[in-house]
Write a protein that binds this ligand. Structure first.
Ligand SMILES: [Fe+2]
Length: 194
């Protein structure tokens, strides 16, 4: 991760805004040569310029610093691109609208890649009135169990936390098409489009 604005970010955003180096330079009271240096990695904008630079480029300082694509992608993403993170130590479940950097119990968590359910983790969804009655026929022992089921549509996230010795089932209110998720503490995340 970058800790300061990069030249490629400045260039991409400037071009997106259809500004020339000269136009951007003028609004910031620097020379076009200075802007060119930032964009080619031969110089960095002074910290006092970050706010006016970000505002000129139409983004926040945080976005400017982290790289435009990352945050903009999240902003425009629908929830079907959402990500789950699970702490391997305490089992904490984190949901995010897009990729981010999360840690728990001192471990930095990778975004989980959902797989197609295999035979042992088959997700069954039955329509019961206005709900998806969701089940996974899977062991629920203390050492191997489904720790959550979730239903994500483009405007809503429903998560049912499950514990050993319960059955692996949950009811989710139907609110459009979406994706069902099941997470097994041993085998990872599985998802099914419904
Ligand atoms: Fe499993």
């Amino acid at each position: 991760m970058n800790h300061y604005v990069t030249g490629s970010t400045v260039r991409e955003l400037r071009e997106k805004k259809k500004l020339t180096q000269k136009q951007l330079a003028e609004t910031l009271c620097v020379s076009d040569k200075t802007v060119s240096k930032w964009e080619t990695g031969r110089g960095l904008p002074d910290i006092s310029l970050l706010e006016p630079l970000a505002s000129e480029l139409g983004i926040s300082v945080a976005e400017l610093l982290s790289g435009e694509c990352f945050i903009n992608a999240n902003r425009s993403a629908n929830l079907l691109r959402s990500k789950f993170y699970v702490c391997p130590i305490c089992g904490n479940v984190i949901w995010a609208a897009g990729e981010g950097a999360y840690s728990c119990c001192g471990v930095s968590l990778p975004p989980l890649e959902a797989e197609e359910p295999d035979k042992a983790h088959e997700i069954r969804a039955e329509r019961v009135e206005n709900e998806w009655y969701t089940t996974v026929d899977h062991t629920m022992s203390k050492s191997h169990f489904i720790s959550f089921l979730a239903f994500v549509t483009d405007n809503r996230v429903q998560i049912a936390r499950l514990y050993p010795e319960q059955s692996a089932e949950a009811r989710f209110s139907m609110c459009g098409q979406g994706r069902l998720y099941a997470y097994c503490n041993r085998h990872g995340l599985f998802s099914l489009r419904v």
